[in-house]
Design a protein around this ligand. Structure first.
Ligand code: IP8
Length: 264
C-alpha cells in the first residue's frame, strides 16, 4: 500500500543516530549501516525524479556523536548551558558526523550539502522553535539535497539546548508542506509489548506503556519522544527500520503510521 501524496513531492527522511553510528562507542560511524542507507537513497526515485528541484531533505540524529557530548555537559532538549566549550563540543561532534554523511552521499552521486541548525534555529522563552526555511528551500530549488542534523541551538534564558532531528523534521515538514515524512529507526517500527510492530498510532496514551526508555545515551526522549513529536505534526508520518529506507522512498508504507489527526 502506498501513502497518499500531497501537492508537493517533498519527502523528508530522518536517519536515526542509532542507525548510522555505533551508539555505544563514542564518535563511531556504523559504516555498513550508513552505506546501506546511502545506497538506498542514491537509488531512490526521490533523487532521480526528473525534476530540477530536489524533492528530498535529509535530517540525521546524534547517535554516539551528539548525545555523548550533550550528556557529558548535562545538556538536553530542556536543560541548557551557557558554557561555550559545551556548545563547541556538542556542535563540533555533530558537524563531524554531518560531514561524514554528506561526503558519503556525494560519493554516491547525491547532491547533498550540509545545513547546520546552530547558525539559524532558536527557541524562545516558551521553548517554541523558530526555524527559517529560506536557505533550505532555496538549496532545494537549486537541486541540492539539504542534510540537517540534531544540534544545539540558542534558547532564550537557557543558553543553548539540544534540538533533536525529530523536531527539525516536524518543523520543516509543517513549514514546507512535505508530502511524506519518514523516520528510520533501529527497529522495524514502533513495537508493542510483545515486540510486534504497531501498524498505526493515533494517540499517545494507547502506546505509552509499551514505549520504554532508550537503552543508549539519548538526551531527546527516545522512541516515546519521537511518537509524541510526530503525533503533533499536521500530517501523517512513518517510523520504520533500516531495511525499509528504499521501500519508503519508493512510495511504500513500511513500519508504523503515526497520525495524530491534527491538520492545517
Ligand atoms: O539524535 C540530537 O538529535 P537526535 C542531537 O535526533 C544532539 O535526538 C546534539 C544530541
Amino acid at each position: 500500500m502506498a501513502d497518499a501524496s500531497g501537492g508537493d513531492n517533498l519527502t523528508i527522511l530522518k536517519l536515526g543516530g542509532s542507525v548510522i553510528t555505533d551508539k555505544d562507542t563514542p564518535e563511531t560511524v556504523d559504516d555498513d549501516a550508513l552505506a546501506a542507507a546511502v545506497a538506498a537513497i542514491a537509488e531512490s526515485p526521490a533523487i532521480d525524479d526528473g525534476s530540477d528541484e530536489a524533492n528530498l531533505i535529509i535530517v540525521h540524529g546524534g547517535g554516539s556523536f551528539g548525545h555523548v557530548h550533550a550528556s557529558d555537559h548535562g545538556v538536553s532538549t530542556t536543560e541548557g548551558t551557557h558554557d561555550p566549550a559545551a556548545v563547541t563540543a556538542i556542535h563540533g561532534a555533530m558537524k563531524r558526523l554531518n560531514s561524514v554523511v554528506v561526503d558519503r552521499l556525494q560519493s554516491a552521486g547525491v547532491a547533498a550539502v550540509p545545513v547546520h541548525p546552530l547558525s539559524a534555529v532558536a527557541r524562545d522563552g516558551e521553548a517554541a522553535v523558530s526555524l527559517p526555511t529560506a536557505a533550505v528551500g532555496s538549496l532545494r530549488a537549486e537541486g541540492f539535497v539539504p542534510v540537517l542534523h540534531g544540534d544545539v541551538i540558542a534558547h532564550a534564558g537557557q543558553g543553548v539546548t539540544v534540538i533533536s532531528g525529530d523536531e527539525l523534521v516536524t518543523g520543516l515538514a509543517d513549514r514546507l508542506g512535505a508530502a511524506r515524512v519518514g523516520l528510520c529507526s533501529t527497529v522495524p517500527g514502533v513495537l508493542d509489548g510483545e515486540g510486534d510492530v504497531i501498524e498505526s498510532i493515533t494517540d499517545f496514551e494507547s502506546v505509552a506503556a509499551a514505549l520504554g526508555d532508550s537503552e543508549s545515551t539519548d538526551v531527546s526522549g527516545g522512541m516515546a519522544g519521537k511518537v509524541e513529536e510526530l503525533l503533533a505534526l499536521a500530517r501523517p508520518a512513518r517510523i520504520f527500520g533500516p531495511d525499509a529506507v528504499g521501500a519508503f522512498l519508493a512510495g511504500d508504507a513500511p513500519g508504523t503510521l503515526i497520525d495524530g489527526g491534527s491538520r492545517d
